[in-house]
Design a protein around this ligand. Sequence first.
Ligand code: HEM
Ligand SMILES: *[C@@H]1O[C@H](CO)[C@@H](O)[C@H](O)[C@H]1NC(C)=O
Ligand SMILES: *[C@@H]1O[C@H](CO)[C@@H](O)[C@H](O)[C@H]1NC(C)=O
Ligand SMILES: *[C@@H]1O[C@H](CO)[C@@H](O)[C@H](O)[C@H]1NC(C)=O
Length: 321
Amino acid sequence: MAMAVASSLSVLLLLCLAAATSAFPQLSPQFYAKSCPRALATIKSAVTAAVRSEPRMGASLLRLHFHDCFVQGCDASVLLSDTATFTGEQGAAPNNNSIRGMNVIDNIKAQVEAVCKQTVSCADILAVAARDSVVALGGPSWTVPLGRRDSTTASLSLANSDLPAPSFDVANLTANFAAKGLSVTDMVALSGGHTIGQSQCRFFRSRLYNETNIDAAFAASLKANCPRPTGSGDSSLAPLDTKTPNGFDNAYYNNLMSQKGLLHSDQVLINDGRTAGLVRTYSSASAQFNRDFAVAMVRMGNISPLTGAQGQIRLSCSRVN
Ligand code: HEM
Ligand SMILES: *[C@@H]1O[C@H](CO)[C@@H](O)[C@H](O)[C@H]1NC(C)=O
Ligand SMILES: *[C@@H]1O[C@H](CO)[C@@H](O)[C@H](O)[C@H]1NC(C)=O
Ligand SMILES: *[C@@H]1O[C@H](CO)[C@@H](O)[C@H](O)[C@H]1NC(C)=O
C-alpha cells in the first residue's frame, strides 16, 4: 500500500515535470533543426550583406538585441512600432532617434518567412543577428539557444526604467545588470559591445566639458563636432572606439586605460575596484574578452524568454498579428 502510494506519487511527480517541461521548454540551439533548417543560414547571409554595405549596421543590430532583452525579456518587444492605438518602446528616452536596424530585421524576417511560414520568431532573429553581426565585424562566435516567442505587448515605462543610461556610475550599472540576473563580469564584458558603433554628441557632451579623466587631445578632437551648448550638434556622431570603429576587438578596453572612453558609463569602469581588474585583463587578453563576451551574450539572450505557447510568432516584426 505504502509502495503503491509512493510509486503513484512519483508517477504524478514525473507527469508534473513533463508538463512543466512542455509548457516552459528551455531554449535550445536545435529548436529549428526540423521546423526550419534554413533559418540560420538565411539570417546569416542577410546580416553579412547588410554589414558589408554598412559596417555600422552590425553595431546597430547588436544593440537592438540588448535593448530587447533588458525590457520585459528577449521577446522582440522593442520592434513593435507605435500606431494610433499602440504605444511601444521606440519613443523611450534610450531608444528615441537612437536605435537603428529595425528595417533590416523586417527584411530578414520577410526572407525567413519565405522559407518557413510563421515558424521563426522575431526575438530569435534578433539574437542570431546580434551574433552574426559580431562575427561579420571580426569578433567571436557562439551557439545561440533558440525557441523564444514574440510578445504581444511592449512597455514604454520599462524601456525608460530598465535600460542603463550613459550617466551611470559603476554602482548604478552593477545594480541595473544585477536586476537582469547579470554579474559584474557580464556587465564589463558586455560593455565591450562599445568596441563597435557610434554615439551621438548628446550622450557624451557632459563628459567632454565636465570631466577631467579624459585624454586632452581626444577631448579636443571631439569638441569640434560636439559644441558645448545643448541643442547644437546634439546628433553628430563619434565612434565609440576611435581606434578600430568597425572592428570587434578589445581596443575598447585599451581606450579606457588611456582615458579615451567616449561615454561616462564606459570610462567609470576603470575607477572602481570591482571592474578595473577586468578592464585591465580584457585590454591585454583579447581571447579572454572574446570568451567572456560570448558567455555573457548567451546569458543576456536567456533573460525571461517567452516559450512554449506563450506569446506568438509574429508575421511581421513591427506589429502584433
Ligand atoms: C553598460 C551600459 C550601457 C550604456 C549606458 C549604453 C549606452 C549607449 C549609448 C548612449 C549609445 C549611443 C546611442 C546613440 O548615440 O544613439 C550606445 C551605443 C551602442 N551600444 Fe550601448 N550602452 C550600454 C551597454 C551596451 C551593451 C550591453 C551592448 C551590447 C552588448 C551595447 C551595444 C552598443 C552598440 C553596438 C552601440 C552602437 C550602436 C550604433 O552605432 O548604432 N551597449 N550605447
Ligand atoms: C522623439 O524625438 C522626436 C524628434 O526629436 C520628438 O519630436 C519626440 O517628442 C520624441 N519622442 C518622445 C516620446 O520623447
Ligand atoms: C546611482 O547610484 C547612486 C548611489 O550610488 C544613487 O544615489 C543614484 O540615484 C543612482 N542614479 C541612478 C540614475 O540610478
Ligand atoms: C556639466 O555638468 C552639469 C552638472 O551635472 C550639467 O548641468 C551641465 O549641463 C554639464 N555641462 C555640459 C556642457 O554638459
